[in-house]
Design a binder for this molecule. Structure first.
Ligand code: CP
Length: 326
């Protein structure tokens, strides 16, 4: 069955790669969001046949140098639902272990005619470096502290869906929507991509956490910055808790986990002053009852698993746009 390209009348996609949200225009972000609903529909088909042949015969390579559950499986599923061939390269047993460079490895993969390479790497800039020197479309699946663009796109898509249902307006966007991002902002590629994405779409973003975990450039990014959790979430439409990277504690960036929980855990008590229908989000993996209380993560206001479902549709949209353009 053909999938209708409803969104391409609004804007055109011309990029070879998706490296970060920072360089995208609002129109490009909206194009991805507007392309995704048709792929949600594919995943929810009554027939159970969750496939469209938009990437038939194409090769998508998943290349992850860091642990991942959601992003890796989501890209693999997205590629399969587009009928692409998929190849997963396990970095721990690849020739990178023998000292082969990223360029040489990708040149060898390209000799087997790859079309898309999905890369997660601890080096901020790895995806861009490969994109600039290779013909394959490179998708950044998270590079160091830099960006995680598809996470931000699926988050914006999830928020937009809730706002549209709340307002009963199928055209509503994110203009004026208030999003509070809580936790380790300074070391979070998810936070960075979300700040770029949400502010481009007209949302008001507040970041909140211990001073040592807030980026120095916060105010320059045109967002509110506070260390007071209750202040951050008082008017929020969305509260987005970030994973506390426990390894940071060894660097003494916050005094103790107990202290962090007391001041920054998103729980029912913290939400006392927040609007009653505030949406709870988290990119995963969750440290339960550290940055987010279990009762909220699993509660009726939680969009955590919806984020994961939407991730497949967003990644299908991105791969479709990259290879089929408009
Ligand atoms: N949100 C996210 O990137 O999760 P994974 O690390 O499991 O991919």
């Amino acid at each position: 069955m053909a999938v209708k390209d409803t969104a391409v009348e609004k804007a055109a996609w011309t990029r070879k790669d998706l490296i970060g949200i920072e360089e995208l225009t609002r129109e490009e972000v909206e194009l991805v969001l507007d392309t995704a609903p048709q792929f949600v529909a594919v995943s929810e088909r009554q027939s159970g046949i969750k496939k469209v042949p938009l990437l038939q015969g194409r090769l998508v390579v998943n290349w992850f140098f860091e642990a991942s559950t959601r992003t890796r499986t989501s890209f693999e599923l997205a590629a399969k639902r587009l009928t692409a061939d998929t190849l997963t390269m396990n970095a721990s047993v690849s020739s990178a272990k023998k000292g082969e460079s990223l360029h040489d490895t990708l040149a060898n993969i390209e000799a087997m005619h790859s079309d898309i390479v999905v890369l997660r790497h601890s080096y901020a800039g790895a995806a861009r470096m490969l994109a600039e020197h290779h013909a394959s479309s490179v998708i950044n699946a998270g590079d160091g502290y830099h960006e995680h663009p598809t996470q931000a796109l699926l988050d914006a898509f999830t928020i937009r869906g809730h706002i549209r249902r709340r307002k009963d307006d199928p055209e509503a966007g994110l203009d004026g929507v208030r999003v509070a991002i809580i936790g380790d902002i300074a070391h979070s590629r998810v936070a960075r991509s979300n700040i770029y994405c949400l502010t481009k779409l007209g949302a008001h973003v507040t970041i909140c956490g211990p001073r040592t975990l807030l980026p120095v450039e916060g105010e320059r990014m045109g967002i509110n910055v506070t260390t007071d959790l209750r202040e951050a979430i008082r008017d929020a439409d969305v509260v987005y808790a970030l994973r506390i990277q426990l390894e940071r504690q060894q660097k003494c960036l916050f005094p103790s986990l107990r202290e962090y929980i007391r001041l920054y855990r998103v729980d029912k008590e913290a939400l006392e002053d927040a609007p009653p229908n505030v949406l709870i989000m988290h990119p995963g993996p969750i440290n339960r009852d550290i940055e987010l209380a279990t009762e909220l993560a699993d509660g009726p206001q939680s969009a955590v698993l919806e984020q994961v479902s939407n991730g497949v549709a967003i990644r299908m949209a991105v791969m479709h746009l990259l290879l089929n353009k408009s």
